[in-house]
Design a protein around this ligand. Structure first.
Ligand code: C2E
Ligand code: MG
Ligand code: MG
Ligand code: MG
Length: 274
């Protein structure tokens, strides 16, 4: 069932689901001016290695503040931004901000940035990534681009070409939301992926045999193809234990750490540097 809810979430933008403060039009307007009005920000969620518990990096997540000062959910504004093209500039802003934070605070570990299929198809995307990294003096290998299998990342040859250019540049390519889209298995065949993130809808609450077998099978497939496996959405100690038993490499979730502004965790990093 989660497969289908996951799917419908991104298909059509329905103005009805937006709360009273955000009619479809005002949300589009908000997105158009989000950067100049400083309504957009980025938060970072830690990714750990299971077993050692070491933080190996962070995923960046975009945050948008509405006119009423409250946050608008990405599940609501990202599809709108993809439809009207605003995601191209908003996504570039997130990448630029991440570069600035890494350079300024000397952040360690990989920084995984979500990239929409719309960005991937925009002309010059790989060049733009290369330019930002070079300007901040950063190694491409410290960055990963998360491509969601929910988006149409295989649909056009332009996208596949861009992925190839990015790979040559040296950035990591990760697959996000594995299991929820139409193209997961095809993506595995077509792209050399560094890490595959299994969607949190496949992480069971308990140990129902069917759910555990499903997850085990997905992990076995990925491992047999030589992919590093990350499971998202770890909320309980029991879930983390299950992943450790199944030999999952990396994990992410509220149990491990919530998404936070960079100001919340530079303390630890600074003391490591000092
Ligand atoms: P995603 O890339 O799969 O990101 C994971 C989402 O799960 C995030 O939601 C994160 O806050 C949430 N999450 C993390 N741990 C847990 C957990 O333990 N339990 C639960 N229930 N949720 C958890 P968020 O930030 O609302 O983002 C939703 C989606 O919006 C993202 O899913 C991604 O597809 C998209 N998105 C967010 N930021 C960006 C961005 O900068 N660019 C693009 N193109 N898409 C973005
Ligand atoms: Mg992601
Ligand atoms: Mg994800
Ligand atoms: Mg997901």
């Amino acid at each position: 069932i989660s497969k289908f809810t996951g799917r419908s979430r991104v298909t059509i933008y329905d103005p009805q689901i937006i709360d009273a403060d955000h009619s479809g039009e005002s949300l589009a307007g908000l997105l158009a001016h989000a950067i100049e009005r400083q309504c957009i920000s980025v938060v970072y969620q830690p990714i750990i290695q299971l077993g050692t518990e070491e933080i190996i990096g962070y995923e960046t997540l975009m945050r948008l503040k509405g006119n009423n000062g409250r946050l608008v959910k990405p599940d609501i504004f990202i599809p709108v931004a993809e439809q009207n093209g605003a995601i191209v500039e908003l996504g570039a802003w997130v990448f630029e901000q991440a570069c600035a934070d890494v350079a300024r605070y000397k952040l360690d570990g990989v920084i995984a940035v979500n990239i929409s299929a719309v960005q991937l198809k925009a002309p010059g995307f790989a060049l733009r990534v290369a330019e930002m990294l070079a300007r901040h003096g950063l190694a491409p290998a410290q960055f990963a681009l998360e491509l969601s299998e929910r988006g149409d990342i295989l649909g056009q040859s332009q996208a596949a070409q861009t992925v190839e250019q990015l790979r040559k540049l040296g950035v990591q390519i990760w697959l996000d939301d594995f299991g929820t889209g139409y193209a997961g298995i095809d993506c595995l065949r077509r792209f050399e992926l560094d890490i595959v993130k299994i969607d949190r809808s496949f992480l069971p609450d308990g140990r129902h045999p069917r759910d555990v077998r499903m997850l085990t099978g997905m992990i076995q497939l990925l491992r047999s193809l030589g992919r590093t496996v990350l499971v998202e959405g770890v909320e309980t100690v029991e879930q983390k234990r299950l992943l450790e038993e199944l030999g999952v490499d990396l994990a992410q979730g509220y149990l491990i750490g919530r998404p936070q502004p960079v100001s919340e965790f530079i303390g630890d990093q600074k003391s490591e540097v000092a």
